[in-house]
Design a protein around this ligand. Structure first.
Ligand code: DC
Length: 221
């Protein structure tokens, strides 16, 4: 039987974590847990209820009982909210900033972290997020902190959204990414931070394959 491992991937939006996580998941044959999807689902729920994502009291009224499940079909994560698969809907650009806002609220983080720790304890997985190595899974076997310049990240996001039919100007995406970086790294509780024992990789001028090979060079599995 294989041993249990968790690999933590942290870093700002668009740094290449999810592409890397998918590559690692295939190479190592372990599941990929995208924790950003959970905050996105919480933001979608707030939007459906007409609640401002920064209104802690209003968000607090639904977050403890949120009907949110993570399921895997053929190794791919599906995010299920109120019994419906919202995996595509939560990727829309309008949800990105709302997810960053709602993720700054302590009750939201406590709820999501509880779910993340449960999943990570039950299965080996690659977990991507902002606070995985520093807060959610401080004992993860491997920790990487993935960064890239904000222009490179905005360009990557632009291509990703275009592929899904959403045409958002580069400048808008760049300023949104910088705002989210600020929000994510300045919130009071469990901010985006490089864990002291994480390996930092700047992917600005690296290909996806180079990043994957670099990370694989550290992992013994
Ligand atoms: O990775 P992403 O862009 O899908 O994440 C959406 C937002 O969720 C991001 O702006 C910050 C927040 N987030 C977080 O605070 N902690 C995590 N572990 C994952 C995401």
């Amino acid at each position: 039987m294989k041993k249990h491992i968790n690999i933590a991937l942290d870093g700002p939006s668009g740094s290449g974590k999810s592409t890397l996580a998918k590559g690692l998941s295939q190479k190592l044959d372990i599941l990929y847990l995208d924790t950003g999807a959970m905050y996105r689902a919480a933001a979608l729920k707030a939007a459906r209820l007409g609640i401002d994502c920064l209104d802690e009291q209003a968000v607090g009224s639904f977050i403890d009982d949120i009907d949110l499940k993570i399921e895997y079909i053929d190794g791919i994560q599906h995010t299920i909210l109120d019994g419906r698969d919202v995996s595509s809907e939560i990727r829309k650009n309008e949800i990105s900033m709302k997810a960053s806002e709602i993720s700054s609220l302590r009750p939201v983080r406590l709820k999501m972290v509880e779910l993340q720790r449960k999943i990570a304890s039950e299965m080996s997985c690659i977990v991507d997020g902002r606070d995985i190595g520093s807060y959610v899974l401080p004992d993860a076997e491997y920790k990487f902190y993935i960064t890239a310049d904000s222009s490179v990240r905005a360009e990557r996001r632009r291509r990703e959204l275009l592929q899904k039919g959403e045409d958002v100007p580069f400048e808008k995406l760049k300023s949104e990414i910088e705002r989210r970086d600020y929000n994510d790294s300045h919130r009071e509780f469990a901010p985006l931070v490089k864990a002291a024992d994480a390996v930092e990789i700047n992917t600005s001028s690296m290909s996806e394959e180079e990043v994957l090979q670099k990370v694989l060079s550290f992992v013994r599995w």
